[in-house]
Ligand binder design. Structure first.
Ligand code: BF8
Length: 653
């Protein structure tokens, strides 16, 4: 690490003169940004959330604002009904995706406990025991028995279960009490909660805007705990809890003379086994003339592999097609979520082998090789061998020149909640929350913002994420990032400790040096902390919980906020809803699709403050968003600083 990187240029920009992009144009394949242009003007009714297409009397356009439609649908639905119903459906899709993801880890843990999981094992026994304790189970004793009890409790959260989700025990106490008082705790089965989103919003069911929004919030809470937190918890138990490690980012990590194999998606079950298989088959690659196997990660799988193994982070999801256009990628193995269908078209013109592995995720033009936990190593080897054959194809009949961009950037990744709390604990072993509270009261730290989510071609050209984060850093706000934002940050050099002096305000600089020292680094922590994949947003929730419970300050009084500055996915909307339920100010860009309803807009931007403490900020500019987020942090910070001044005055008396 060291030299500042070149100015951030995004390979997804239509105007980018990058050679790889030129290669893409040669084959007359459109870039995401080109396709976005083709879609202009995009439907204003859809963007305002006014379009109701859930029955065949429509589609209707229903809005409080004349420009987006009439004031009633054919069935008499109001703008509030239509907008809240649309939003709830998005959240329902998000909670379905995340809880399904979590469930796979639950099933795997159950198999490990029964010693039926072949090549998988428990890597972090301590974390297993601490989860068991946290959710009220017996944490001592035989490790397989504890694992079985934890897996059973997790599986309960998918079935009829008890009164509420077991995993809600992982929520900060103060906020769980708030939600309980407000009647906002989710159903005891996350599967039911996801199905409820569809049943409740079917034509002719719930039309009460307030009630629909309440259910939507509950679904967000279910996502936060029986989706994100459960997934991260069990993944850490099975694959190990990340700690700070170095990784290299950007498409330049591809190697012309090696077998290049990209794993793309979200599930560590698959990618972790591919790591082992690639190590075992290194000789087979050499036998066909390659210098070795170069395993790289794309999107959240990229984050998962980087944070646990330092494996190169080749691309965020918006750059996944570009990885193929380099002509150097021999196989792309995908599992679940965020896999762009455009890749299918693209591989018709390239030697790259596109392989799907999960039954419910298929792609035209892809080969399907099922990945099964019971035959995991065997399956993973098949995948690696596909890549080795792909390499041979490339060397035999490369139609397009290999064109790997000359761009790489070093990054420090892997700041799991345990790693961060460990650093704080080394400063104050009695109370790890105290160093953060002290830094807030001393004016070193203005607040923390979790910056999460995706790279959206609508916002990429403006470098929305980078500029927002630069504004926050300069104002002594610490950004912690996950998901594809992690890739954007890694590629832009924001995860490089050497850039602290350049990017962070004076107070934050001091804090990062103190923390770096406590972490035993030879310098500061990086200006932006990479906390993992999108399910690892739960790690941000865990740090907030530890600070809140350790300091006795309720979550909604802490100067902490969330932002999805380039939101794309329904999953990101449900994560944002969880943040609102957790009591955080939440910024999104593009704006959530609620403009057509004054009631929904007012509820989420204002009224919610008195219900959960959270509220929505919508701003599509990095300066405006930063200003609003900083104002939100200052509003929460002021009473803490005043309390400190009063305490000091009291001591002086
Ligand atoms: O779950 S950040 S584009 S890869 S949705 Fe998808 Fe968005 Fe990337 Fe990970 Ni998250």
């Amino acid at each position: 690490m060291g030299d500042p990187p070149e100015p951030v240029i995004d390979l997804g920009d239509a105007g980018d003169p990058d050679r790889t992009v030129e290669a893409q144009r040669e084959i007359d394949y459109e870039m995401p940004a080109d396709r976005l242009d083709e879609q202009q003007p995009q439907c204003p009714f859809g963007q305002a959330g006014s379009c109701c297409d859930i029955c065949y009397m429509g589609p209707c356009r229903v809005s409080d604002d004349d420009q987006y439609g009439d004031d009633r649908g054919v069935c008499g639905a109001t703008p509030g009904t239509v907008v809240s119903r649309n939003l709830y459906r998005e959240i329902g899709a998000g909670v379905s995706s995340h809880s399904h993801h979590a469930r796979e880890s639950v099933e795997l843990l159950a198999e490990i406990a029964e010693e039926e999981a072949g090549d998988f094992e428990i890597k972090d026994e301590q974390k297993l025991r601490s989860i068991a304790e946290d959710i009220g189970l017996e944490a001592d004793g035989d490790v397989n028995e504890v694992a079985k009890a934890v897996a059973d409790a997790a599986m309960d959260d998918f079935g009829p279960g008890g009164e509420t989700l077991n995993w809600l025990e992982r929520m900060p106490d103060s906020q769980r009490e708030v939600l309980d008082e407000q009647g906002l705790l989710p159903l005891s089965s996350v599967d039911q909660q996801a199905a409820r989103a569809l049943a409740q919003t079917h034509k002719g069911n719930d039309s009460d805007t307030g009630h629909i929004l309440k259910s939507a919030l509950e679904a967000g809470v279910a996502d936060g705990y029986a989706g994100l937190t459960m997934a991260t918890d069990l993944q850490d138990v099975i694959f190990g809890t990340p700690s700070p490690t170095d990784a290299t980012a950007h498409l330049g990590v591809l190697e012309e003379d090696q077998v290049n194999l990209a794993v793309h998606g979200h599930s560590p079950q698959l990618s972790e086994m591919v790591v082992k298989a690639a190590e075992e088959l290194e000789d087979e690659a050499r036998e066909v003339g390659a210098d070795g196997i170069n395993l790289v990660g794309i999107c959240c799988t990229g984050n998962e592999l980087a944070e646990r193994h330092g494996i190169p982070m080749a691309a965020h999801s918006l750059q996944s097609e570009l990885a193929v256009t380099t002509g150097a990628l021999d196989a792309m193995v995908v599992d679940i979520q965020c896999i762009w269908p455009g890749i299918s078209d693209l591989i018709e013109c390239h030697h790259t082998r596109l392989i799907t592995t999960v039954d419910y995720v298929r792609m035209e033009e892809a080969t399907h090789i099922p990945f099964d936990e019971e035959t995991a190593m065997e399956d993973a080897k098949k995948l690696v061998r596909e890549a080795i054959e792909g390499y041979q194809d490339r060397k035999r009949r490369q139609k397009y020149e290999v064109n790997i961009p000359d761009r790489t950037q070093e990054a420090m990744v892997g700041f799991s909640d345990s790693a961060i709390l460990g650093v704080l604990e080394s400063i104050d072993p009695e109370n790890p929350a105290q160093p953060i509270v002290d830094a807030i009261q001393a004016g070193q730290l203005r607040g923390i913002v979790g910056i999460v989510g995706c790279p959206n071609p609508k916002m990429r050209e403006a470098n929305m994420t980078e500029k927002l984060i630069e504004n926050l850093l300069a104002a002594d706000v610490l950004p912690v990032v996950t998901g594809c934002i992690g890739h954007i940050m890694a590629q832009g050099g924001y995860l490089d400790p050497d850039r602290v002096d350049e990017l962070a305000g004076d107070g934050l600089q001091e804090l990062l040096y103190t923390l770096g020292d406590a972490a035993g680094l030879d310098g500061p922590l990086p200006p932006v902390l990479h906390m993992g994949s999108c399910v690892d947003n739960s790690r941000i929730g865990n740090v907030i919980r530890a600070i809140s419970e350790g300091s006795g300050i309720p979550v909604q009084d802490l100067p902490v906020a969330a932002s999805a500055p380039e939101l794309i996915a329904e999953k990101a909307v449900s994560i944002g809803t969880w943040a609102l339920a957790l009591g955080l100010p939440l910024h999104t860009a593009p704006a959530l699709r609620i403009e057509a309803s004054e009631v929904v807009t007012e509820t989420l931007t204002e009224d919610l403050k008195d219900i959960t403490g959270g509220y929505l900020i919508q701003d599509g500019t990095p300066d405006g968003a930063a200003e609003q987020l900083i104002d939100a942090l200052d509003e929460r910070r002021a009473p803490l600083v005043d309390a400190d001044i009063e305490a000091e005055a009291g001591t002086a008396d």
